[in-house]
Design a protein around this ligand. Structure first.
Ligand code: SER
Length: 327
């Protein structure tokens, strides 16, 4: 299934569930505390924090995002990109955990003929927030009892993996993530806690309930209190799902990224061999081509949102991406 078709099905599904389709916002975040739009929820921060009254109580989007925190992983893993598109559904004080989980399962597992993505239920794993005494028992109950995911495929994980914040003071809350098992060819058995290459995270459901202050790291932040309303913020990685539905090895080989990689190989006069094995002599060249594909795509997307190379802030990030691709 082409990336464009995956995105179209996403929007159609959530519109059929009463959501308003909202176009992607600029990569240049309107929120002064963030350099870039790092997630689908960023344009909705004023609604999530109840600073502004939302014009709708349910929204859906396919948002272009830039994240450079994992830039060193780009090209080396199947799933890291500095530019990606995040498919999201949002509830502003409307539905909460129950509907969010049911919507996600329905869209992922209903058949392609019925408008879904047709993923095999047996290959899906989920995580729920469990950190010491803090346990999201409600999410676990919904997954196990209402959806019917076997207990051994519902994994409890702590703040590092299952608590969302933007890295700045603002809205946040515990998450539940959905993973897809790519099979034994990609790593050892045992679920996402053991191997995130074999078990790839595709969708993050955030139960956004809290106002965070003084965010020092993913695991070290202060909860200032409850948000005025309980919200839902979800994000599915479009390129990651495309990788799975297109049966390719990594997100750089999906239909929207591969042409950039092929052009780079052609211009450089080298061959891309699609190896993931670091011991393979072609590996270094493959990693370079994936990096070039990722960084050039990110750079073009930034330039199209009026960012220009410079020595600080957004301009510096763009300069760094171009410099790394050239190098
Ligand atoms: N904000 C969450 C994320 O980026 C879910 O959309 O993962």
């Amino acid at each position: 299934m082409k990336t464009q078709e995956i995105a179209r099905r996403w929007v159609d599904f959530f519109v059929s569930k009463g959501h308003t389709a909202v176009p992607s916002a600029s990569l240049v975040s309107a929120d002064p505390s963030l350099l870039f739009t790092v997630a689908g929820m960023v344009p909705f921060i004023p609604y999530l924090t109840a600073r502004e009254e939302p014009p709708y109580s349910r929204a859906t989007s396919v948002q272009k995002c830039i994240r450079t925190g994992d830039i060193e992983e780009v090209g080396k893993t199947a799933r890291h990109g500095t530019f990606f598109q995040m498919c999201g559904n949002f509830s502003f004080g409307d539905y909460f955990k129950n509907e969010a989980i049911h919507f996600a399962w329905e869209l992922l597992t209903s058949s392609v003929e019925d408008g879904g993505y047709g993923l095999d239920k047996e290959r899906l794993w989920v995580t729920v927030y469990e950190d010491g005494d803090e346990k999201d028992l409600e999410a676990r109950r919904i997954w196990e009892e209402e959806i019917g995911v076997p207990t051994e495929r519902v994994v409890g994980t702590g703040k590092e993996d299952n608590y969302w914040n933007t890295g700045q003071p603002g809205p946040g809350g515990p998450c539940s993530e959905i993973y897809y098992d790519r099979g034994p060819a990609y790593g050892v058995e045992g679920g996402p806690a053991v191997d995130e290459t074999r078990y790839v995270e595709i969708w993050n459901l955030v139960f956004m309930q809290y106002r965070l202050s003084a965010v020092r790291s993913k695991t070290d932040f202060d909860v200032a209190g409850e948000l005025p309303k309980r919200n839902i913020d979800t994000g599915l990685g479009l390129e990651r799902l495309a990788m799975i539905l297109q049966g390719v090895e990594n997100m750089y080989e999906t239909d929207q990224v591969r042409p950039v990689l092929d052009k780079a190989a052609e211009l450089a006069g080298v061959t891309y061999t699609s190896t993931e094995d670091p011991a393979d002599p072609n590996h270094a060249t493959d990693v370079r081509l994936r990096m070039i594909a990722d960084h050039i795509r990110s750079s073009l997307m930034l330039i199209s949102d009026q960012v220009t190379p410079g020595n600080e802030g957004r301009g510096y990030v763009l300069r760094r991406l171009i410099r790394r691709a050239v190098r």
